[in-house]
Design a protein around this ligand. Sequence first.
Ligand SMILES: [Zn+2]
Length: 346
Amino acid sequence: MEQTLEGTIIYGDDFEPINGRLTIEDGIIRDIEERKNVPETIIAPCFVNAHTHIGDSILKDPPYLPLEELVQPPNGLKHRVLRETPYNDLVASMKATIDDMVRTGTCAFADFREGGLEGVLALREALGSSDIDARIFGRPVDGKMDYLDHCDGTGISSTNDLESSLVKEIEGKTREKGKKFVIHAGEKDASDILPAIELEPDFLVHLTHAGKKELRAVADAGIPVIVCVRSNFITNSGIPPVQKMLDEGILVAAGTDNVMFNSPSMFPEMEFLAKTNLRDDRQVFKFCTLNGAQILGIDSVLGSIKKGKTAKLMVLNRNSGNLYGTKNPLGSLVRRARPDDIVKIT
Ligand SMILES: [Zn+2]
């Protein structure tokens, strides 16, 4: 089936706005041609949310507590609530979050799923036939790593939360299965960053407290980083040194982190990232699309608008009350666009 879309296209890996027409055939972008006099729309690639914990969708708006009291395993508030929540409620709340992500323009996400095999299978059930690409990183319960056959790898909280020999063992067993090993580091302080790098993870999450030495080590090891700026704000963790990461040549993407802290929409994440940290619309948009796709290994099909890629696109109304009169479509998209500006998602 063939369809065409016309408007201002946020085109290619450099996200250069061009006026033109896209031809889509069987869900693939077949042709892009420049045109004058296009409709007042902005056509952008859908988001890749590179770090979530949608298991805690059941816990909305927790009290303002220190980070450890909220999320540290095994007895942080989140883990107590997850243990007490009936399976069906857990699945229903995750399904609601997945639907919300799709509706707000996200086409792929990477989730750290607690609860071992049962946790991973609950997320698979919540996904059902949803139109979204999910990469799932489970974690062991009682030493069991049977979840690995059902997901993309292991995602653990911090090297400070477990004995180092145990972390090494978990990493080894994950690799034996040919799966990815990923880890949080530098969220509370810098102490767990160098131990995390030694494990040669496929990517690191946060690095909020990384100094020059740690960033240099991450860059030398070629490890990509996912930053979660809104999450760091609400947990009072600080502001990640994003520009310094880029200066070191680190590949950086963005994620919304725990659903209990933030909505999983990438629109506020972009706005926050741009206004509190990185005043560079193009980079911010890249963090939220192409870089996440690259880190997850799906950039040949997602993350930007190019011929041959999958047509996961959002069309925004350039004449909405919010976007009316914009002269800089990429800047408006990053700094002020909202889900209610979307008129169509393909
Ligand atoms: Zn996280």
